[in-house]
Design a protein around this ligand. Structure first.
Ligand SMILES: *Cc1c(COP(=O)(O)O)cnc(C)c1O
Length: 432
């Protein structure tokens, strides 16, 4: 199925639903009429923002019958090679490496930074489980750090928890919101450890005019179906450091000198490619072709995310009872999710009431849900520990996630969808 980027239906809420508190319309959770009955558009079904031209691009690769990236063709004639050149252009960075997943891109970044096995690597307690998993995959141990009321990594807590065994910091631009990179980079430099970005949720978002993923030693991205570039499964990393890049290329599976194809201007600063193990994390030609097609329209998609987010946030900014997640700088977010803390009503009830109104909302820290973005559900990290014990490890993060309501904002939302969201949040907040 090909999803259309624009306008689904133009059916908006009735004027009564848009007027806050007018006669207190009965909540759907209590048997009233819901704000909307059609399903909330989500990006996690995959088939959004994919067009005919992307199919054509993938077909080009299929018809070539050359699916392996390191074949007889010159590097820049392969789909992978061209994708990487186009990513360098998009990010304004020196190197890009297309790989098999975001998890692989992050693990490769850590391994290529030569973080010794067994080291601690700090990461926030609010991220997708893939972040600590990638740290483990790279032979290290995740050390979880608190997030603040806006769900950004809390530097004061990192300072408190600091030990010399921490040899790297992985920062996450979770749900598309930039972390405070100036502060974190300063802290990392002060302690002489690399800062690596899990920029997966923020593909294309900027902080002070610079693309997220280009602040740290390396930035990792995913191209799995939930993300802004979607080839089913895949990912890439970006870096300006040629030594880190060369190691990442070899580790990803460029054996017998194939890594040299990534360095047309001369051999990289690398010992020899035999000094590193080969994990096959390679990208293939068909997916790279699909991504090249999507990359040409990424700007349009980013524009949709931003337009929807700004529209919704502006119309709910004044609403009592909710505290909208604030960016670290003006506009420093992608807009793929609308998150607020419910401060006057039970947040879990708030999310359930929104779902009854037809809006796909989740209370992030709900204990009757197993949201894989909250640290206490990463049981692989806490063998032998009980739920409550784990939740006490990061008390602030537990509190803020417990208050947070998360609503996915697909880039395909129409203005009518956004109006439904606004009407539903106002309705629930007004009756809570
Ligand atoms: C999706 C995601 C990943 C993992 O990407 P995959 O391609 O699924 O491996 C990593 N980090 C975050 C924050 C994510 O949202």
């Amino acid at each position: 199925m090909t999803g259309r980027p624009k306008a689904l239906a133009a059916r908006g809420p009735s004027p009564a639903q848009l007027t806050p508190n007018s006669a207190h319309p009965q909540l759907a959770i209590n048997g009233g009429a819901p704000v909307r009955t059609e399903p909330w558009p989500t990006y996690d079904k995959g088939a959004v923002f994919v067009t005919r031209s992307d199919e054509e691009a993938a077909l080009r690769a299929v018809r070539s019958h050359l699916y392996f990236r390191y074949d007889c063709r010159p590097h820049l004639e392969t789909e992978c090679g061209q994708l990487e050149a186009e990513l360098c252009e998009f990010f304004g960075c020196r190197h890009a490496l297309a790989v098999s997943s975001g998890t692989a891109a992050l693990a490769l970044s850590i391994m290529a930074a030569r973080i010794p096995a067994g080291s601690l690597v700090a990461c926030p307690g609010f991220t997708f489980a893939a972040t600590p998993s990638a740290i483990i995959l790279a032979g290290c141990k995740p050390l979880l750090v608190e997030v603040d009321e806006n769900l950004h990594l809390d530097l004061a807590d990192l300072r408190r928890r600091w030990t010399p065994q921490i040899r790297a910091i992985v920062v996450v631009h979770m749900r598309g919101f930039a972390a405070d990179m100036a502060q974190l980079a300063g802290f990392a430099a002060e302690h002489g450890v690399p800062l690596i970005e899990d920029a997966v949720p923020a593909l294309g978002a900027e902080l002070h005019g610079r693309k997220l993923g280009t602040f740290g030693l390396a930035g990792a991205f995913s191209t799995q179906s939930d993300k802004s570039l979607n080839c089913g499964e895949g990912g890439f990393l970006v870096t300006d450091d040629s030594a880190v890049f060369a190691r990442a290329v070899v580790l990803s599976g460029a054996y017998e000198g194939r890594y040299l194809r990534h360095f047309p201007e001369g051999p990289p600063p690398l010992e020899t490619d035999l000094d590193l193990p080969l994990y096959n994390f390679r990208m293939d030609e068909i997916r790279a072709a699909l991504l090249r097609g999507e990359l040409t329209r990424l700007k349009v998609r980013l524009g949709c995310f931003r337009r929807n987010y700004e529209y919704v946030a502006a119309r709910l900014a004044d609403l009592p009872g909710i505290a909208i997640r604030q960016p670290v700088a003006s506009g420093a977010y992608l807009g793929e999710a609308f998150i607020f803390r419910a401060t006057a009503a039970d947040p879990n009830w708030f999310a359930r009431a929104l779902r009854a109104e037809g809006i796909d909302a989740r209370n992030l820290g709900a204990t009757d849900d197993t949201n894989i973005r909250v640290y206490w559900n990463w049981r692989f990290m806490f063998p032998g520990m009980e739920g409550k014990e784990v939740m006490d490890l990061l008390p602030s993060t537990t509190r803020y996630l417990g208050q947070a309501v998360d609503i996915p904002l697909s880039s395909t939302l129409s203005p009518a969808d956004c109006d439904h969201l606004i009407a539903a949040v106002r309705k629930v907040a007004g009756s809570g």
